[in-house]
Design a protein around this ligand. Sequence first.
Ligand code: TRP
Length: 339
Amino acid sequence: MEETKKETNLIFSGVQPTGNLHLGNYLGAIKNWEKLQETKKCIFCIVDLHAMTTPENRNEIKKNTREVAAAYIASGINPDKNIIFVQSNVKGHSELSWILSCHTPIGWLNRMTQFKDKAGKNKEKAPLGLYSYPVLMAADILLYKSTHVPVGEDQKQHLELSRDIAQAFNRYYNQDFFPIPEPVITGKATRVMSLKDGLKKMSKSDPSDQSRINLTDEPEIIRKKIQKAKTDSLPFPNKIEDLQSRPEVMNLINIFSALSDKDPEKIIADYNDTNFSAFKKELTDMVETNISKISSEMKKLLNDMDYLNSILRKGFERANEISEKNIKELKKIIGFFGA
Ligand code: TRP
C-alpha cells in the first residue's frame, strides 16, 4: 500500500492517555483512522502533555499511555505503516507551542468553549496549561506540517484555532511555511453519548459505569449495559426526523450505524414497527464482537512490554526526525542565534 499513499497529504491525530478507554474513544476517534491509513500518511500521537492539564490525569500517566498505544494497535492501526508515538518524547511539541503562543492573541483563547467548561466557575485557579491547551494542539498538528486532522465535533473549535494560528505565523513572516490543516469528517457516531442520558457525552468520569461501555468490559457486562440502556416508551422510530426529540434512541442508532456502516435511514427502515428488542440484540452482538476483539488484543499487547516499547521507540525516532527538520527551518525563519 505504501506507494499509493499521497505524500502531499499528512494526517495527524491524537488521543489523551486518561485511562478507562470506552466505546466513545473508539468510535469517535480510533475506528475512523483505520480507513485513513490505507491511503494516507498518518501520524497518531498519544498526547500525554495534554492529559496533564487536568489533575486527575496526572496519575498513572505511563500506564495510561501504554494502554492507548495498545488500543491503537488492537483497533487495527498498523505500526509499520503509520507513526505511533508519545507526545512528550518529541521535544518539538513544547518548543513549537511556545513559538506559536507568541502569535496567538489572548482574545482567541478566551473564545474557547472547552476551557470555559473545564475551568468552570473558578477560572482564577485554572492552570495556565489548561488555558493554552489549544496552542499545544496547534503545535502538534503544525510541527509535522500536517494537512488533515480527523477530529470529533468537540475539537472543531480547536482545529479552527490551529488554522488561524498557522495563518497568523505565515502572514507575520510572509512565508507559506505551515499548510492550513483541514478537518476530516469520517464515520457516523463521531459523538457517542451516555447510555443513561442522550444529551451527555459518554465519559470515563461519569460516576455511573452503566453510562458507558469500556473497552475492557466482559461480554456479559456489555449485554447488560445495552439491555438497560435508556430508550423511551415509544416504538422504534419510523422516520429520521423523529430522532431529534429522542436523543437516547438517536445515540443507539448512531452507534449501530458506526459499527455496521449502515446509514441511520436504512436502520430505521429495517427495524421500524418492531419494539427495541431485536435492534438491541443485534447492537449487542456487534458491540460485543468489536470490543472483545480489541480488548483481548490489548491484553496481549500489554503483556508484551518489549514489543510495545519498541513500537513507541521507533515511532519516536520517525516523528522526531520530522520535528527536528521543521524546527530547524522555523528557527531560521525567525532568525534565532545559531539557527
Ligand atoms: N484535544 C484532543 C482531544 O482531547 C486531543 C489532541 C491533542 C489532538 N492534540 C491533537 C487531536 C492534535 C487532533 C490533533 O480529543
